[in-house]
Write a protein of this length. Structure first.
Length: 155
């Protein structure tokens, strides 16, 4: 089932629906919260509250993915994915100091959730990763919201 069929349900729930849709979209579930944000804005939702709600939900969903990675163990990765711990430690050294820039891309469809899980698994600095994640996700929703409002204005 395509996610746009589900949008009326989320939009009918208002800001709660937007929060839940944004949260779920930031986990491993394939879901597009941008359509819900557009629907809320088209229905006359407050732009600032809509963007804040979507950003908060998506950020908390991303932090959940980060936490899932954090509780993972190198031994599990080595055992089940056959990636040696030495390789994971090398990745950790490469990521160290770049967490903020890497976490900016946690908003990307398809790979953003994986980035968040890997940052958690590599025990990246939580506050640095969380801040970068928040900025990236907020910028994505601001751009999407502005485009949506421009399209609505032209209709």
């Amino acid at each position: 089932m395509q996610t746009y069929y589900l949008c009326p349900m989320w939009i009918d729930l208002g800001y709660l629906g937007l929060f839940l849709a944004s949260f779920l979209a930031a986990t491993i579930l394939p879901f597009s919260s941008e359509f819900v944000l557009s629907g809320i804005l088209a229905a006359g939702g407050d732009p600032v509250l809509s963007l804040a709600t979507a950003t908060l939900g998506n950020w908390l969903g991303g932090l959940t993915s980060f936490w899932i990675g954090w509780i993972g163990k190198f031994e599990w990765i080595e055992k089940y994915l056959r990636i040696p711990q030495s390789k994971l430690e090398r990745w950790h050294r490469k990521v160290e100091g770049k967490e903020w820039w890497i976490s900016l891309f946690c908003w990307l469809p398809g790979v953003g959730d994986i980035i968040a899980v890997i940052l958690g698994l590599l025990k990246s600095n939580f506050w640095v990763s969380a801040t970068g994640m928040l900025v990236g996700k907020a910028l994505r929703y601001v751009v999407w919201g502005l485009v949506t409002l421009e399209v609505i204005e032209r209709l």
